[in-house]
Design a protein. Structure first.
Length: 475
């Protein structure tokens, strides 16, 4: 029984409900102890000092020598050491410039650019570009591990914030390139939370490249690494042709002929030795007709082109019947040469020819060659201007792709595959005054490589045909 007022019994009081908007939740503020902050910075300083000899061995050694000399010889020691160092450096630079530049100049350049360009602007560039992460009112930034300079680019190695992915950087390469005043930015993934941002300092492909030297003898031809031109980092661009198919796309004047003729030039000794046979399809009658003596078969009209492709299919299937149960891969010999089918302006056969039957037969023959020819020594090198699917719906049957200058940004992903532009392949922005410049994406690789094909002039083609015909080539 409940008692009345003052009877000491429990009382139940009814209060009005509190509106939901009047309730406020506050997050407790946890203050970080000062000792913890000091200890953390002390640990970072210790780690930095320990890593100095590894990152900059020459600089640390030089400082140590100078300090030791100062302690031993007062002011005479440093002067002697500095004089010896300067004289030794001048002699080193005079007689071995390449190693001096690699071990001294580029390392000093990496130290200066790492401090003045990247670490100085790191936080504002990443915050503005949206690469800074926040958690509990604290900001987390990816950390620069090292900056290494090569002859043509800066490689900034970065440790990502846990919970982020390399794709965050790949989607913001234009912002990073402009933020650090570089012509481009490319992302290379080394491992978990470990990426490299590559910022070119200058264009190694600005100047035209002359025709590459012809290999010495058929045995010197490496069909898996044909010299084609130059890569952006200064290395020779080599293209694999044996065991793959290559699609080359680019607008008129982009340099498709440079890619085709560089490949033919690199195989010339093997063609002369009978280890390689080239069948040329030339609907325009302008590009490949200039070197007809070099080709095993040549066709330029629609019907003749289709018959050439169907003949190649029959030869491929006959070789496959011979190899069945005996061989699983092809080795070029005089009896079974490596067969290359060159298709210039393939869209004429697949989309533009007025005869629907010709288009159907050409597409079927190309599909058969590209889907079955790799293991038996047949390769297709095809060039086209318009990479749209309604023009060329066999793009996925070409493992290796070369994107020269293109009209639209969307065409880059059509040729090189999804996310190619996110990885720096801006083929639609290639300068029209630099024909032969392209982005290459190989089978199994996610990273497009910027290259420039060598220019094979008419005089070079004349010399090639003259060598093939014993001096009776076209003039």
């Amino acid at each position: 029984m409940l008692g009345g007022k003052g009877n000491g019994a429990s009382q139940v009081q009814h209060t009005a409900p509190v509106p939901a908007h009047a309730v406020r939740f506050t997050t407790p503020v946890v203050e970080t102890p000062a000792a913890f902050i000091i200890g953390r910075w002390a640990w970072r300083l210790l780690a930095f000092l320990v890593a100095l000899p590894v990152r900059y061995p020459l600089s640390v050694a030089s400082v140590a020598v100078l300090v030791g000399s100062w302690a031993l010889w007062d002011w005479v020691g440093p002067a002697v050491v500095c004089t010896v160092a300067v004289v030794g450096g001048l002699v080193w630079r005079r007689y071995h410039r390449a190693s001096f530049r690699r071990w001294v100049v580029l390392r000093l350049l990496g130290l200066v650019r790492g401090i003045w360009v990247y670490r100085r602007h790191w936080q504002p560039v990443l915050v503005v570009s949206g690469l800074a992460e926040s958690y509990l009112e604290r900001q987390y930034l990816p950390r620069i591990r090292s900056v290494v300079c090569s002859e043509w680019a800066d490689r900034v190695r970065v440790k990502l914030v846990p919970g982020t992915a390399p794709s965050d950087f790949e989607e913001r390469t234009p912002q990073l390139a402009h933020g650090f005043q570089a012509p481009a930015c490319r992302v290379e993934v080394l491992g978990p939370l470990d990426v490299v941002l590559e910022f070119p300092r200058r264009d190694m492909l600005a100047d035209p490249i002359g025709a590459m030297p012809v290999p010495d003898g058929g045995d010197a031809v490496d069909l898996a690494a044909l010299p084609m031109g130059r890569c952006e980092d200064g290395r020779t661009w080599t293209m694999r042709l044996h065991g793959t198919h290559v699609l080359v796309a680019g607008v008129t004047g982009a340099g498709k002929g440079s890619v085709i003729w560089s490949a033919v030039r690199a195989m010339l000794p093997a063609i002369e030795a009978g280890l390689v046979r080239v069948r040329a399809v030339d609907p325009k009658r302008m590009e490949l007709s200039y070197g007809r003596p070099l080709f095993h078969r040549y066709a330029d009209s629609g019907e003749a082109c289709v018959e050439l492709l169907e003949e190649a299919v029959r030869d491929m299937q006959a070789r496959a019947d011979t190899y069945a149960g005996r061989l699983r891969s092809h080795t070029p010999t005089a009896e079974d040469p490596f067969e290359v089918v060159l298709l210039d302006e393939v869209a004429f056969l697949t989309a533009y020819h007025p005869d629907r039957e010709v288009r159907r037969r050409a597409e079927n023959a190309m599909a058969t060659l590209t889907s079955q020819g790799r293991s038996v020594g047949f390769a297709v090198l095809a060039a086209l201007q318009d990479p749209r699917k309604e023009v060329m719906n066999l793009r996925n049957l070409f493992p290796d792709k070369v994107a020269l200058r293109l009209d639209e940004a969307s065409q880059v992903d059509m040729v090189l595959g999804p996310d190619a532009r996110d990885r720096g392949a801006d083929a639609h922005l290639i300068d029209p005054s630099a024909p032969g410049t392209a982005f290459v994406r190989l089978e199994g690789s996610k990273i497009p490589t910027r290259v420039r094909a060598a220019y094979v002039s008419d005089a070079d083609i004349d010399a090639m045909t003259a060598a093939e015909t014993g001096g009776e080539g076209e003039g």
